[in-house]
Design a protein around this ligand. Structure first.
Ligand code: GDP
Ligand code: GDP
Length: 438
């Protein structure tokens, strides 16, 4: 299912990032070893009453330095209008209605998207109730009084937000269709890669029967396997507006990853891994997607027999948490190794869906425990692992039954994951370990 996107807009200092943090709360997960991704986070998964959605704070989107504040606000609103399903227009009830609020409202009114006003800093309810009426002038009927800082009203606000979700369209493909997205910053060669893949003779662009399919996706068949490239339109559409932004395409990329089984993260061989690449990779990792790192424009690199190894080392260093992802070096221009990408896609999908036998799993865990003892706490109480069980796929997920779940630490969890990978592969897919008291 498509995860709806909720974007926060508003002028500076009204409390956008406070509201963002309030809504996503502790759900901001920390990508292992990669605190830089989470520090200046502008998007995160959120959930209300069991409805998952993607929350975006447009106030955190970076622009080139020459972009002025007034333009920034306009761009942020435009991004929300284009990319979001529901817009949370945040205003400051204590400041009352300002000209900047009116300018933003004018842009938002033109959009055919639900807009909810979050009238923030409304701790003093009596005053706030009076002040609220000013904001009806903005032309939106849904106004919620909230205090992002203290939490009042955010539940009602989220009730309003999710009430708009049911009208959203979803696209579902057959289970056995492999869905993948091609993501990366503008100009890395995404469209060229897709064209190369589709241009190949053995690939047949097809209409997948029995599905309502989205015009932005490209289905095709190669050998006996059906594929869908998710959000090809997002690649074609580039160049329309130049915001001088790197992050502009991020929301769209995240959505595409969300709908995919596999994310092909395209990196420019000349530029290396960018922060944006890391963010998208971090999202794919957290969402349990299979990932392939595709280093494109390999034809432009002067090579000796160590170049590839040096590249691999550098990329591994840049995105440590993706140590499981295959890296391939291609050229969309010459076609070098482009075909092999589909083989890698097939491969990581299988790894992402892999189930291992329970007795083999327990053998591996027992052996791991024999080599390195599980951690203990300050009182000398040591973790005991009684047994293990695979409880899910996409990604492969395991439960360890233990004496005390609190005793598991990050280092030991990583050690166990590495042992599982040594034994079973799981190449290209994250894996998850949970502990339960037995
Ligand atoms: P942004 O620029 O719109 O992202 O605004 P911030 O979230 O950074 O908040 C701006 C200031 O308003 C900060 O000093 C916050 O502590 C404060 N603030 C945010 N929400 C509330 C609130 O609900 N009540 C009060 N009194 N202050 C708030
Ligand atoms: P997108 O914005 O990620 O879709 O990137 P494009 O596919 O539009 O490519 C951007 C530019 O890079 C174009 O001028 C392409 O011709 C060029 N390009 C793409 N792939 C390669 C490649 O493998 N090698 C070289 N030398 N140029 C490439």
């Amino acid at each position: 299912m498509n995860k709806p996107v909720v974007a926060i807009v508003g002028r500076p200092n009204v409390g956008k990032s406070t509201l963002f943090n309030r809504i996503v709360g502790s759900r901001i997960s920390i990508v292992e070893d990669e605190p830089s991704i989470t520090r200046d986070r502008i998007y995160a998964d959120a959930e209300w009453l069991g409805r998952p959605f993607l929350m975006v704070d447009t106030g955190g989107i970076e622009f080139n330095e020459e972009v002025k504040m007034k333009e920034k606000m306009r761009y942020q609103a435009e991004i929300a209008i284009e990319e979001a399903d529901v817009i949370l227009f945040t205003v400051d009830i204590r400041d009352g209605l300002t000209n900047r609020d009116k300018e933003i409202a004018e842009l938002l009114r033109k959009a055919d998207k639900p807009v909810i006003i979050a009238a923030n800093k409304a701790e003093n309810i009596k005053e706030a109730k009076l002040a609220k009426y000013d904001f009806y002038e903005l032309g939106f009927s849904e106004i919620c009084l909230v205090s992002a800082q203290h939490g009042q009203g955010t539940g009602d606000l989220l009730d309003e937000v999710i009430s708009h979700f049911s009208e959203l369209e979803t696209t579902d493909y057959d289970e056995d269709v492999i869905k993948f997205s091609v993501v990366g910053r503008p100009n890395v060669g995404k469209s060229s890669l897709v064209n190369q893949m589709l241009g190949e003779e053995r690939v047949i662009v097809s209409d997948i029967a029995g599905t309502t399919r989205d015009a932005i996706d490209t289905p095709f068949r190669s050998a006996d396997q059906e594929y869908v490239i998710i959000d090809t339109a997002g690649m074609r559409r580039k160049g329309k507006v130049d915001y001088g932004v790197e992050k502009f395409s991020v929301i769209r990329a995240l959505r595409a990853v969300d709908r995919s089984d596999v994310a092909l993260i395209v990196i420019d061989a000349q530029e290396g891994v960018t922060n944006q690449d890391k963010r998208i990779a971090g999202y794919a990792h957290e969402e349990g997607k299979a990932v392939v790192l595709v280093v494109n424009k390999w034809d432009l690199i002067e090579k000796d027999n160590q170049t590839m190894d040096r590249y691999i080392e550098e990329i591994r260093y840049q995105v440590k948490f993706l140590n499981y992802a295959p890296i391939t070096f291609v050229s969309a221009l010459t076609g070098q190794r482009v075909l092999r990408i589909l083989d890698l896609v097939d491969y990581v999908v299988k790894e992402n869906e892999k189930r291992v036998k329970r007795n083999m799993l327990n053998d591996v865990i027992n052996e791991a425990v024999e080599i390195v003892q599980p951690p203990s706490n300050k009182q000398g109480k040591r973790m005991k692992i009684y047994s293990a069980k695979q409880v899910g796929i996409k990604p492969p997920s395991f439960v360890l039954f233990v004496n005390d779940p609190e005793l598991l630490n990050f280092a030991y969890e990583r050690y166990l994951k590495n042992q599982l990978r040594k034994a079973f592969g799981f190449e290209g897919t994250p894996i998850r370990i949970k502990v339960r008291r037995k």
